[in-house]
Design a protein. Structure first.
Lengths: 458, 226
């Protein structure tokens, strides 16, 4: 008899082969989306269970893991349905499911070595998705692979140090080393300077829907595992140092993301840097928790997934019209795809945390907490956010220009063939507007997760 | 009569020989840019690491490491041949510079400068590995093995910095991980972790082969026809 939490691993991994066989048909996308959606709902409805032992290791489905997996599985289901007509590559669906299953193992495992190995396997599986069968530059996928693989030794060694300490408390001398190794490992996973290019460079050449899937998944699982270490590791006691480090890394990521998004002239590259900006905000939200605890972080995890899904699908839909992705070659393209332009705007506003977009409530909480610590940092985050917002407003202006409309390429998809991505964009845009105007549902869920799985104040 | 003490002494000699082999193969990986030599050096490196591990862990684990290494080298070789590396001369391949995607159609005017630079880097890495081995000795492994671990990890990182071409940088990444495994394998008793680590290595080689095949040498071949 399979323990209920293990279904979150078995179903996506079990669906890989049938989805691979059906990958060329829309049915494959539907099957992948159905499996993913089903697992997402299962993650929500599964009752709290005791720890499960598998191959001698402990697995636990805690409320944070449930929340994160449900969010990821539901958003990835939307990406599968919307992404297939946009031709993200033949490995997108099967390997996407494979990555989902590996993520589930990684975040449910309570052994850092297993989590590290699973995240590395997921990164390896992500390489063909990122590459999208595009010949030519492999720089982005190569950098991503290298950075994720270099983090693995840190987690394995840290896990060994912790195991040795658990066997004999006299080995507590190893714990500072374990903490340093974890700091390095998480810095690499969470694209801290100078590893930020691991997350941003692949968006340059990768299909935008694939980029969105990877940009949503890996940082989300990295943050969840970091949350597990902070909340559950009895040996960990470096709270204030961790808080300072997270704050600095978050501020650097926010600044870099804001400035570099502003100077970009390509929609794909902007996606990567906007994601970096948002990731920086999440790190700050983890470091600076106010009266609401980690509510800003938990709300931000869901709205980030929503924003990046919107940006990824909208970018891919707009680029289906033309050859390149430089803004200069996209003049007036938005007039033929107005809904994609609206979705692009809503996605960017969600990541920026602008009013009337889903990210606003969580960002507001984070900024308020940050201002209580130091007002200058709040202004820095706001300025960086303006950089991202201006970059996308400029893109919207170019896309809607009427004076120089770029002609369609011969390989451009017809509007009727893109009804699925357009429908998903409409659905997600309405969702982000609704959550922007009425943020209570997302705040209530975040508050519930905070109650069930509180993170320590750093 | 052959006694237990003699066997231990023999294993110790083999281990020391293995460490010397590790130093030599690491040097070859950093010095030579011909993919054939790099792959041979990588294969030799896995064999040497297996020999070193014979004394530090069970023979089965050491054998698995060697077999996994042989499979990795085979995969990389097939990927290299499939993507056209085998049909190009060494000089042509050497033109695929560390700048990653930039393909030059002209011959390297100063090949010795590149070799001298790599030799200098190698010397610095060796000094650094010696220093690290002395100042931060690795726990539970003999000092010579600690030197081998540091050496392989640093060589791997250096190769990663010198090139972004997957087929040339890939052995660097694998070398860095091998250096880590040389230290980690005797520490970790869990079979599941050992199995998963072997799987990571194999799938990493698949990913490197995939990237090498996707990128190929098409631009270079087209350039040479002009």
């Amino acid at each position: 008899m399979i323990e209920p939490p293990l279904w979150l691993i078995v179903i996506p991994l079990g669906a890989v082969v049938p989805v691979y066989l059906l990958r060329h048909r829309q049915l494959g996308a539907y099957l992948a989306a159905f499996a993913s959606l089903f697992v997402g709902i299962l993650a929500v409805v599964l009752p709290p269970t005791n720890a499960v032992r598998l191959a001698g290791r402990i697995f636990l489905l805690d409320p944070l893991t449930q929340y994160v997996l449900a969010t990821y599985f539901v958003v990835s289901a939307l990406l599968y349905v919307a992404g297939q007509p946009l031709r993200p590559g033949r490995y997108f669906l099967p390997l996407g499911l494979c990555i989902s299953g590996l993520f589930a193992i990684a975040v449910m495992s309570r052994h850092l070595a297993i989590s590290g190995l699973m995240m590395t396997l997921a990164a390896i599986a992500a390489v063909p998705i990122i590459q999208g069968e595009l010949s030519g530059s492999v720089r982005g996928s190569w950098r991503f692979l290298v950075v994720m693989c270099l983090a693995l030794p840190c987690f394995l060694l840290a896990a060994w140090h912790i195991d040795v300490y658990r066997e004999d408390a006299e080995h507590a001398v190893y714990l500072p080393q374990a903490a340093v190794l974890l700091a390095i490992g998480f810095s690499l996973w969470l694209a801290a300077l100078p590893a930020y290019s691991a997350l941003t460079s692949f968006s340059t050449s990768s299909p935008p829907v694939s980029s969105a899937l990877v940009l949503i998944g890996f940082p989300m699982m990295g943050l969840t595992l970091l949350g597990h270490v902070l909340a559950e590791a009895s040996w960990f006691s470096w709270w204030s140092q961790t808080g300072r480090m997270l704050l600095v890394v978050g501020l650097v990521s926010v600044t870099l993301g804001g400035v570099l998004t502003f100077v970009q002239r390509s929609l794909r590259v902007m996606l990567g840097y906007a994601a970096l900006y948002d990731l920086g905000c999440l790190l700050i939200a983890l470091a600076v928790q106010g009266a609401q605890g980690a509510a800003a972080l938990y709300a931000g995890l869901a709205t980030r997934a929503l924003g990046l899904a919107l940006l990824g699908i909208a970018t891919a839909t707009l680029l289906a019209e033309t050859k390149g992705d430089a803004l200069s070659g996209l003049c007036g393209v938005g007039r033929r795809r107005p809904l994609a332009v609206i979705a692009l705007g809503m996605g960017s506003f969600t990541l920026v945390g602008a009013p009337l977009a889903a990210g606003f409530a969580g960002r507001w909480l984070m900024l308020r907490n940050l201002a209580q610590m130091d007002e200058r940092w709040m202004w820095l985050v706001l300025l960086a956010g303006l950089g991202v917002a201006f970059a996308y407003l400029r893109a919207l202006y170019v896309l809607l220009r009427a004076d120089a409309i770029t002609s369609r390429t011969s390989r451009a998809e017809s509007a009727s063939s893109l009804w699925l991505p357009t429908s998903v964009l409409l659905l997600l845009s309405l969702a982000t507007i609704a959550l922007g105007i009425f943020p209570n549902p997302i705040l209530r869920v975040a508050a519930l997760v905070v109650t069930l799985y509180p993170l320590p104040r750093l | 009569m052959f006694e237990v003490g003699d066997l231990e002494r023999l294993l110790e000699i083999m281990r020391e020989g293995g460490v010397v082999g590790v130093l030599i193969t690491g040097a070859l990986i950093i010095l030579v840019r011909d993919w054939r030599v790099t792959l041979l050096a990588l294969l030799g490196q896995y064999v040497m690491v297996g020999i070193v591990l014979l004394q530090l862990t069970s023979p089965e684990i050491a054998l698995i490491k060697v077999l996994v290494g042989a499979l990795i080298c085979l995969m990389l070789y097939l990927a290299a041949r499939q993507s056209g590396w085998g049909v190009l001369s060494r000089a042509d391949v050497a033109l695929v510079t560390s700048s990653g995607d930039s393909i030059s159609n002209e011959r390297d005017p100063l090949p010795w400068i590149s070799i001298a630079f790599r030799a200098l880097v190698m010397s610095l890495v060796f000094v650094l590995a010696l220093q690290l081995g002395r100042d931060y000795p690795l726990p539970d492994v003999p000092p010579d093995v600690g030197l081998g671990c540091y050496w392989l990890m640093l060589v791997g990182l250096m190769v990663l910095m010198l090139t972004e071409w997957p087929l040339l940088a890939g052995p660097g990444l694998l070398t860095a991980l091998t250096g880590f495994e040389l230290f980690y394998t005797p520490l970790e008793s869990s079979l599941i972790v050992t199995f998963l680590l072997a799987m990571v290595n194999l799938l990493l080689a698949v990913a490197i082969s995939y990237l090498a095949a996707v990128q190929g040498l098409n631009p270079l071949r087209e350039g040479s026809r002009d």
